[in-house]
Design a binder for this molecule. Structure first.
Ligand code: FAD
Ligand code: NAD
Length: 465
């Protein structure tokens, strides 16, 4: 791949793995004048995950919440290369990454190997299924855009199949039973969106069926949303009750069959519940490539939750050559977009500082070599000393927000060293404006706003893709 690269051998090469929240934020911040930068990811866009739960019901169009990575790379001072491919292995000894085009259409080139001076490892995580039988085969996930699109198609398939004549009542009820497993924010937001779809749209389009649609949220813990305040947990649970979303807490999913899920209920009994559609939102786990990297790094990397990094986001055992952040790391922070974005921006600034330090070192060397005036050497030395101090990463929490359905949202916001908890319709308006303002570009913001207006005027589209 080096042939296409505007490669400058005098500059260090940074290979960036991933283009999610962390990597994109790092790319936006780094001054590419100082480095050769190459980005590798199997998808060629950045995804705004906070609005992903709105996609399966058609509240937001899939294309409104993505932004091509080339939009960022082509606007950088020095061109950044992007390869749509999947990193297959990292060799921290040889400082190489092997990657491959794993998309359905690809050329004849096999896996490619690239050298790096610095590696930015921001691959995120994948969906955790705890090895539960049938979880991968018989459920849908909600992690990537294609998951949400598949979920949308399957939802409508269930509805249309339920309309089909000649079926027993119990089969129709099964087809119309939507189960979400996992009472974290992903599961709660999706259940809320599903409720809106049933009440606001299916009631109009399928009046004979809509009242038979059931939504169930299954959670192993005693309550949903453990990261929110008690007051907001209670508010969410009572809103779900009003919205007739069945909440089964202290209920552990043990097996997922093609048409039913086996759970252990709070009394310890095994119960089998039929469903038409089941969404698995059970949390995060490490990607296989991350486990492989950890194995290569021996005693430096032993945390079962993810990669160990120091407070400058340097991967333990990498001698300062690998930086990692976001959902693939195990830190004291929650695996959220907020954290990944702040860490990514921090590493971008760190690279800018490293480059500045290298420039000053070269300048000082030159001044000494040419026996420059003492005060000139002194001034550059002082600047160098200042720039060689690297502040550790500091996280600034902006609050937690979640949509819970029927135009209500919840928010835990830091305020004057305390916390404000709020829930309801006003919080929903705040949620909308906060999510809108965090979108990548004016284009994204306009598209999402138009989607909301479209749904308000015409309702959601019920055609199946
Ligand atoms: P990601 O954003 O997941 O990026 C990982 C990147 O690595 C992707 O670009 C992927 O394509 C790429 N990749 C994967 N495998 C490879 C490979 N082998 N080689 C190269 N590249 C690879 N957080 C919040 O703070 N607020 C929210 O409202 C919120 N809502 C969410 C809603 C949903 C439905 C989900 C699933 C998550 C939500 N999150 C939210 C969490 C947030 O999305 C993650 O914490 C965040 O995406 C982590 O950023 P990251 O850069 O570490 O990983
Ligand atoms: P999560 O880890 O927060 O929640 C997963 C839930 O699934 C847990 O409560 C767990 O007890 C439950 N679970 C796991 N196995 C189960 C089983 N066998 N039976 C029943 N329940 C089971 O996962 P998430 O909701 O996908 O969130 C992942 C990360 O993304 C979190 O850090 C979250 O804060 C962040 N996120 C934030 C937002 C937001 O801020 N609005 C939205 C989505 C995700």
């Amino acid at each position: 791949p080096g042939e296409q690269l505007p490669h400058d051998p005098s500059k260090k090469t940074i290979v960036v793995l991933g283009n999610g929240w962390g990597a994109t934020s790092m790319l936006k911040t780094i001054d590419t004048e100082d480095y050769n930068v190459i980005v590798i990811s199997p998808r060629n866009y950045w995804l705004y995950t906070p609005l992903l739960p709105s996609v399966p019901t058609g509240s937001v169009d899939p294309r409104s919440i993505i932004q091509p990575t080339r939009y960022i790379t082509r606007h950088k001072k020095r061109r950044v290369l992007f390869y749509e491919g999947e990193a297959m292995a990292v060799d921290p000894e040889k400082k190489t990454v092997t990657f491959q085009d794993t998309s359905p259409i690809h050329g004849e080139g096999g896996p490619s190997t690239i050298n790096y001076d610095y590696l930015v490892y921001a691959l995120g995580a994948e969906t955790q299924t705890f090895g539960i039988p049938g979880a991968k085969e018989n459920s849908c996930f909600l992690k990537e855009l294609w998951d949400a699109e598949q979920l949308r198609s399957k939802t409508m398939d269930c509805i249309e199949s339920a309309v089909f004549p000649g079926q027993t009542d119990s089969e129709v009820d099964r087809l119309l039973h939507m189960i979400v497993v996992g009472g974290g924010p992903t599961g709660v937001e999706l259940a809320g969106e599903m409720h809106d779809f049933v009440v606001e749209d299916l009631k109009k389009w399928y009046p004979e069926l809509a009242d038979r649609v059931r939504i169930t949220l299954i959670e192993a813990l005693p309550n949903v949303l453990p990261m929110f305040s008690k007051q907001l947990i209670a508010y969410t649970e009572s809103t779900f009750k009003q919205n007739k979303i069945d909440l089964l807490t202290r209920t552990m999913v043990q097996e997922i069959k093609p048409k039913s899920v086996v759970v252990k209920d709070p009394s310890g009994n095994k119960v089998e519940i039929p469903f038409g559609l089941l969404v698995w939102a059970g949390g995060n786990t490490m990607r296989p490539i991350t486990k492989d990297l950890m194995a290569k790094m021996g005693q430096h990397q032993t945390n079962k939750r993810g990669l160990t990094v120091d407070d400058h986001m340097v991967l333990a055992g990498s001698n300062g050559t690998i930086y990692s952040f976001g959902d693939c790391t195990a830190t004291s922070y929650a695996p959220t977009a907020q954290v990944a974005a702040q860490q990514g921006a921090y590493v971008g600034r760190l690279f800018n500082q490293l480059a500045q330090q290298a420039r000053l070192e070269a300048e000082l060397e030159e001044l000494k070599r040419s026996k420059a005036e003492l005060h000139e050497i002194d001034s550059v030395s002082k600047k160098l000393l200042k720039v060689s101090k690297y502040k550790p990463f500091h996280y600034s929490h902006q609050g937690s927000l979640a949509y819970i359905g029927s135009d209500k949202a919840i928010a835990d916001l830091p305020f004057l060293n305390g916390n404000i908890s709020s829930g309801g319709v006003a919080t929903f308006l705040f949620w909308r404006s906060a999510y809108l303002s965090n979108l990548f570009s004016l284009r994204n913001r306009s598209l999402v706003m138009l989607d909301w207006v479209k749904v308000f005027i015409f309702g959601r589209d019920v055609s199946r893709d």
